[in-house]
Design a protein around this ligand. Structure first.
Ligand SMILES: Nc1ncnc2c1ncn2[C@@H]1O[C@H](COP(=O)(O)OP(=O)(O)O)[C@@H](O)[C@H]1O
Ligand SMILES: CC(=O)N[C@@H](CCC(=O)OP(=O)(O)O)C(=O)O
Length: 300
């Protein structure tokens, strides 16, 4: 629909106000993790896809890493397979791994790729197997026990962590019109598949590419204290304390850990923001205040 004159003036003003941010971010890489809990409805998914297309068009390089935990849970449910989590990680048997690969590499990945393409972008979907993008090793999870000296080591099956990333593939796509859309499935040198938490993949991708920002889109307004206030600008020590007293638990654990690791490894800033709000990525990038929880490499 054509804009009337007042709307057009508003749009031009908004575009003009974006200039300093554009100058700051053009040519930079922004890793956006799109959590399964933020893929609420078609309209929201479409607005996310539009944001990625717009970023690429104006010369910023978005790299999408997606989750799909609830979508995996849904199919497991239909197949009468129970879901169990330890420290926010899905216990993954061989049977579960097949479902994870089908849902993440198939349904969710192609849905996002398709939406970006429908909005005029050029998306390429990848799992860690494509171009040997994500080399994985088995993740050993430890759980605190009353004897602090001896944490319990728990085997959670085919769950991996990122051992290395083949940046050649991502560099090639960053230098082109293509937007990479990555499903968090890794592979080891014997060709075994690993289910990797999507936050961990996004963090490592941001680290190896020395991204300007790591943006984690989730289903909550940010990291919160027990009273529901959004916490921002935290030191490492404060985060450790919040984990120890149980304020940070479940799915927020890998999220906060990967955000801290990323900024310690040279990513300028990490942001945990509400993916249920339309265009939240653009709001974060193009406003001074930003939205949600900001994590930078402040010592402490
Ligand atoms: N301190 C905290 N602040 C906010 N959310 C928290 C906190 N601790 C745990 N959570 C939980 O973490 C969830 C986000 O993690 P997760 O469900 O894995 O999201 P995603 O699918 O986006 O990765 C929140 O919805 C909330 O239930
Ligand atoms: C090991 C592990 O837990 N892997 C996750 C991978 C998907 C994911 O991370 O999805 P969200 O970002 O939507 O939570 C899982 O199986 O659910």
């Amino acid at each position: 629909m054509p804009l009337n004159r007042d709307d057009a003036i508003n749009t031009v003003n908004v575009l003009s106000q974006a200039l300093p941010y554009l100058q700051r971010f053009v040519g930079k890489t922004i890793v956006v993790k799109y959590g399964g809990n933020a893929m609420i409805d078609d309209e929201l998914k479409n607005s996310f896809a539009r944001d990625m297309v717009m970023l690429k068009l104006i010369g910023i390089n978005p790299i999408v890493v997606h989750g799909g935990g609830p979508q995996i849970g849904e199919l497991l449910n239909k197949l009468n397979i129970e879901s169990h989590f330890v420290n926010g990680m899905r216990v993954t048997t061989s049977e579960t791994m097949d479902v994870v690969e089908m849902v993440l590499g198939g349904l969710v990945n192609k849905d996002i790729v398709n939406l970006i393409n429908q909005n005029g972008g050029n998306a390429i979907g990848l799992t860690g197997k494509d171009g040997q993008l994500l080399h994985a090793r088995k993740l050993h999870v430890t759980k605190a026990t009353p004897d602090l000296e001896k944490p319990e080591i728990i085997d959670i099956g085919h769950v991996g962590e990122v051992a290395s990333i083949n940046t050649k593939v991502l560099d090639m796509l960053n230098d082109s019109d293509f937007i990479p859309v990555i499903a968090p499935i890794g592979v080891d040198s014997e060709g075994h598949s690993y289910n990797i938490n999507a936050d961990l993949v996004a963090g490592k991708v941001a680290e190896v590419l020395k991204a300007e920002k790591l943006i984690l889109l989730t289903n909550i307004a940010g990291l919160m204290d027990k009273q529901g206030n959004i916490l921002t600008g935290l030191t490492t020590q404060q985060v450790d304390d919040l984990i120890a007293d149980g304020t940070i638990y479940g799915g927020m654990l890998p999220k906060i850990q990967c955000a801290l690791d990323a900024v310690h490894a040279g990513v300028t800033s990490a942001h945990i923001i509400d993916g249920r709000v339309a265009h939240s990525t653009l709001l974060e990038l193009f406003t001074d205040e930003g939205v949600g929880t900001l994590i930078t490499n402040r010592k402490g």
